[in-house]
Design a protein around this ligand. Structure first.
Ligand SMILES: CC(C)(COP(=O)(O)OP(=O)(O)OC[C@H]1O[C@@H](n2cnc3c(N)ncnc32)[C@H](O)[C@@H]1O)[C@@H](O)C(=O)NCCC(=O)NCCS
Ligand SMILES: Nc1ncnc2c1ncn2[C@@H]1O[C@H](COP(=O)(O)OP(=O)(O)OP(=O)(O)O)[C@@H](O)[C@H]1O
Length: 211
């Protein structure tokens, strides 16, 4: 039996359903590391990141809320980076190494806490080399029109905005080729839960994780 946690990566294109799969894995007792949440926190709490963001986007990228906390203008950043591949690369270059450091710490903490499985959810996994060191990789896929519709239903403002982001990501087929497990999410949420449970059970059996 592995003493350190089994490390699982969950990725997928925009609107594929990866956050939902991670929620189901958490229901089965996995600990979650949400890379986009960590990135969001670094963007307002890490002085080195804040400085680099100001260099890249200008002072106007930040304002302060009523309690004096920094707020990043995410809509402006998104508009700029998803229409400029070079700028997106530079933003990724600021954020991704620090997310990696935070993940390494999360792995150590999970080990200390005796956690069986630690799940890293990342929109960008292979692209930034964040798949290295993971034991198993799950890729969540769904047809393009379903993904776009789910993203719009969830509040993204326009089809154009959704498509621009999708174009900044690796094609789904590339992700699938690198996956240990592919979960199809063209069906209902119940089907998604059942598929997630069966992948979870396979991984649990392979590594003899109790639970
Ligand atoms: C561009 C930003 C400000 C947009 O913020 P917003 O709140 O609108 O979106 P959010 O962060 O919730 O991401 C929503 C979806 O956008 C797509 N997306 C986000 N970052 C990226 C990226 N670097 N490359 C391609 N697609 C991305 C993903 O599908 C993601 O699930 C933000 O996504 C960002 O700072 N991204 C760079 C850091 C990053 O790569 N984060 C993700 C994993 S570490
Ligand atoms: N099988 C499904 N049936 C109906 N709605 C679904 C299904 N799967 C996911 N959804 C919904 O679609 C939206 C996108 O799903 P989710 O947030 O899990 O995707 P994601 O890949 O994490 O997206 P993003 O890249 O935008 O963060 C959510 O509102 C979710 O509740």
């Amino acid at each position: 039996m592995k003493k350190s946690p089994v490390l699982i990566g969950v990725t997928g294109g925009l609107g594929s359903g990866k956050s939902t799969v991670c929620r189901f894995l958490a229901d089965r007792g996995c600990r979650l590391f949400e890379a986009d949440r960590v990135a969001r926190s670094l963007q307002v709490n890490d002085p080195g990141v804040v400085e680099a963001m100001v260099q890249l986007f200008g002072e106007g990228v930040y304002s302060r809320d009523r309690d004096g906390r920094l707020v990043a203008d995410r809509a402006m950043i998104a508009r700029r980076v998803f229409s400029d591949a070079g700028l997106l690369r530079r933003l990724n270059g600021i954020i991704h190494p620090r997310v990696r450091t935070a993940f390494d710490e999360a792995v150590r903490e999970a080990g200390r806490d005796g956690v069986g499985m630690l799940v890293k959810e990342a929109a960008i996994l292979f692209e930034s080399g964040a798949d290295r060191g993971l034991d198993e990789i799950i890729v969540v896929v769904a047809d393009m029109q379903i993904r776009v519709q789910r993203a719009l239903d969830r509040g993204m403002t326009s089809r154009d905005e959704v498509l621009r982001r999708i174009r900044a990501q690796w094609p789904q087929e590339e992700l699938e080729q690198r996956a240990d497990y592919v979960i199809d999410n063209n069906g209902s949420l119940e089907e998604l839960r059942a598929r997630t449970d069966s992948v979870y059970d396979m991984i649990r059996a392979k590594y003899h994780v109790p639970g």
